[in-house]
Design a protein around this ligand. Structure first.
Ligand code: ADP
Ligand code: ZN
Ligand code: ZN
Length: 753
């Protein structure tokens, strides 16, 4: 009936969580007249033969002359789920990453909300004693968990009506594993779980140490910042950056505002959360990949409703709605886990800055080893540079000793001197961390008779296949790129010989050796193979307690953990990292070394770091050890400038992978033509500041059987680079060659692999 009217009438422009750039037009549901206040609401629509949940991104119009439009089935929200600053920032992110808006919104929303579920209840849970419990509590056996739990609930209260229930967050902070006691009491009718509005929980902060002068200056600078201000908190490990955050957050809470803290993937430990909760005295929402869909949706909603005040979360927590924003903190801002490497490739630190600007609040970037990007901005005066040069309290910086291991006999990678140092550290009652950035038993399995080595059939560089890593005490082979696994063959597949030998050193092999050598202390290996679950690491560390013992680990141990009894850190060879082709390899290695060394001597006991290397004269090691991170960073920045790499140039990487290398190649050639054709005009072409390299094989040119090619765009002008992408991408999406390959665009790629 509408289609015979010549007057235009409004449609809903819908984006769907798909990697498609289009917006889809739908007729509004019956009895609904669309308006601007529908933008940001979720909408159920027919799509092909199925139903999907999308988001209204705009209001269009049609006269009914065009193709027949389908009708939306219904709007799911009375008020927009996405609106204001968050929606505007996400639109910006879609433009910046050149990702479809539907995909960006789909990434930003918690799964349940993306799928169309209603916003969940957001009350907090709390516990209190029942009347029966108040009466019966003293009959519970002294010293047992149920008794301790009952006393905790009873503390300082008389009348049952006036007794505020204890929220679960604060219980976490006061008693380990209170849940089993709670269950036991509730079964007997002595305690009950009650829902309380999250916002009614009163803060009861605990005080921390008195700030030292540098910390105080940093806090003053942060509190003085009104409105948006990027601040780089550049403080050596153990200098008390977290204390600075806590003061800044406490101030934000006093002003009735919300604070968002981002931490790296494996930095969000129960230890960190407990510290935040105790000190701030309010519930602190943890947002990380270990949550189930319900918990995620609840956290997001509690923030959207302004009920929750503080969130500590990993990468995707940057999408948390902040209607009462006061402060954003990015801890360990240099960490690579802030960059999402698939789907919508965004950088949470960079997006945090964009949001901070839009929200007009300060953004603190903290690190002992700032990324060269952030340091460059601080040195150029674009960020305030707050420095903490001293360790807090009585802790002293660790002393570093470089050990030249050329021509020395090594056992499982360890020199005799290193083993002796471990032994004396243990005897003095300390703990030891042995760092080796290679999981598994050995990086290569080789035949001593003919030189054959085990390789992954599906992965490799342009010149050779990737070696399979030896695991399981030498019994299993595994490819760290595609996950392929197989048993170690009984004999050499080439010559039939029996001389198959693991070559090189992985953490498992070091563990085996140290267990043989040090039989009377715990030897714990911590890496991605042993620590699938987040809590597992905390569990391991707890097992160790304050006894002497040895931890062996990969970079998982280099991050954020406070290990007060650690007196010796041994770095077993970093030589692989010294000669990598990746332009960021030096930066990553320097950060890793400083961070892992920074685990030593964080409390009263002084710390020592032993660095074993075959390249004691390598300039990177020299600069780093004699001059520290900043000396290294300055020289690295000079090299980046000379070579035209970030932060002096801006990169975008177009990747393509396909079963047949020709398909990937053909797509990138066509894309390159589209890019070249999109240069404004022949006359201006000479003035273009954009370089296009490729197509060339990716450094990891085969992975999981797919051929991988790439096209690298670089320009000193971010604006010009983006303008070019803006005009060429619509063409690239439509390329015939695009259908035969999987392609993606990575703006500001972290690495070129
Ligand atoms: P960072 O985050 O810079 O590595 P933390 O904030 O975790 O450092 O502080 C390191 C250690 O020093 C912690 O145990 C902390 O409690 C302690 N600390 C921090 N500030 C002070 C201070 N002003 N006085 C005494 N101890 C402090
Ligand atoms: Zn052989
Ligand atoms: Zn593989």
């Amino acid at each position: 009936m509408r289609s015979d009217s010549a007057l235009p009438f409004p449609t809903l422009q819908v984006v769907l969580p798909l990697p498609l750039p289009q917006w889809f037009d739908y007729l509004p549901p019956a009895d609904h007249s669309p308006g601007a206040d529908d933008i940001g609401k979720r909408v159920q629509v027919p799509f092909g033969s199925r139903e999907m949940t999308g988001v209204v991104a705009g209001i269009g119009q049609t006269t009914g002359d065009g193709p027949e439009l389908r009708q939306a089935l219904g709007l799911l929200d009375a008020a927009p789920l996405l609106h204001g600053e968050l929606l505007a920032s996400l639109r910006w992110l879609a433009r910046y990453t050149h990702a479809p808006l539907g995909e960006v919104l789909g990434t930003a929303l918690p799964t349940l909300l993306r799928q169309g579920e209603p916003m969940p209840d957001t009350h907090a849970w709390a516990w209190r004693l029942t009347a029966l419990g108040v009466e019966g509590r003293e009959r519970l056996r002294q010293g047992t968990r149920p008794r301790r739990f009952a006393e905790l609930l009873h503390e300082g209260t008389r009348e049952i009506e006036s007794r505020p229930p204890r929220d679960e967050d604060s219980l976490d902070a006061h008693m380990d594993d209170w849940r089993s006691a709670a269950r036991a009491l509730s079964k007997r009718g002595l305690a009950e779980r009650v829902a309380v509005p999250a916002s009614t929980l009163a803060p009861s902060p605990q005080s921390g140490p008195e700030l030292h002068a540098e910390q105080q200056a940093a806090v003053d600078a942060i509190l003085a910042a009104r409105g948006f201000a990027p601040l780089l908190l550049d403080g050596v490990t153990g200098s008390g950056k977290t204390e600075v955050y806590l003061h800044a957050i406490a101030d934000c809470l006093r002003r009735g505002k919300q604070a968002l803290v981002l931490v790296p993937e494996i930095g969000l430990t129960p230890q960190t959360l407990a510290r935040f909760r105790q000190r701030l005295g309010v519930p602190v929402l943890a947002l990380h990949s270990g949550l189930n869909d319900n918990e995620r949706a609840r956290g997001w909603t509690a923030f959207a409703r302004g009920e929750a005040r503080v969130a500590v979360g990993t990468r995707s927590a940057v999408f948390t709605p902040l209607p009462d924003a006061g402060l954003i903190i990015v801890d360990e801002e240099h960490d690579g886990s802030y960059k999402q490497q698939d789907g919508m490739r965004y950088h949470a630190r960079d997006f945090a800055l964009v949001r901070g600007k839009a929200l007009d609040v300060p953004v603190i970037l903290g690190s002992a080893t700032p990324s060269l990007e952030s340091l460059h901005n601080a040195l150029g005066g674009r960020y305030a540079h707050l420095r903490l040069g001293q360790r807090a309290g009585d802790a002293k910086p660790p002393s570093v000793r470089v050990q030249d291991v050329r021509k020395r006999p090594l056992e499982a990678g360890l020199s005799a001197e290193t083993t002796a140092a471990i032994s004396s550290a243990l005897q003095a009652g300390g703990q030891v961390l042995v760092f080796k950035n290679r999981r598994g038993y050995a990086p290569v399995l080789m035949c001593h008779d003919c030189g054959w080595s085990a390789q992954c059939k599906r992965c490799g560089t342009p010149t050779k296949s990737s070696p399979m890593t030896v695991h399981g005490a030498g019994r299993r082979l595994q490819c760290h790129h595609c996950g392929a696994r197989q048993a170690v063959p009984p004999a050499c597949p080439d010559c039939g010989g029996l001389a198959l030998q693991p070559q090189g050193i992985g953490t498992e092999r070091i563990e085996e050796r140290l267990r043989e050598k040090f039989t009377d202390v715990p030897v714990l290996r911590i890496d991605r193979s042993t620590t699938q679950r987040r809590d597992a690491l905390a569990g391991h560390l707890e097992k160790l307690g304050d006894r002497p013992g040895i931890l062996i680990g990969t970079q998982i141990l280099a991050k954020g953990h406070d290990l007060p009894h650690l007196t010796l850190v041994v770095v077993v060879g970093v030589d692989e990292g010294l000669f990598s082709a990746d332009f960021r390899a030096g930066e990553k290695l320097a950060q890793q070394l400083i961070q892992v060394a920074g685990r030593a001597g964080r409390a009263q006991k002084p710390g020592e770091v032993w660095l074993q290397t075959h390249h004691p004269d390598h300039p990177l090691l020299n600069t780093l050890i004699n001059g520290g991170y900043h000396a290294f960073a300055h020289s690295e920045l000079e090299q980046r400038q000379a070579a035209g790499f970030p932060p002096f140039a801006h990169l975008a990487l177009l990747r393509a992978e396909a079963k047949h290398v020709d398909a990937a190649n053909a797509f990138l050639h066509a894309a390159k033509s589209a890019l070249t054709a999109a240069f404004p005009s022949p006359a201006e072409r000479g003035a273009q500041n954009i370089e296009i390299q490729g197509p060339i094989p990716a450094p990891m040119s085969r992975r999981a059987g797919m051929h991988r090619m790439q096209l690298l765009l670089s320009s000193p002008s971010r604006r010009e680079l983006h303008a070019l992408l803006d005009s060429a991408l619509p063409v690239i999406y439509e390329l015939r060659e695009a259908r035969k390959t999987r392609w993606s665009l990575d703006v500001d790629p972290l690495d070129l692999y």
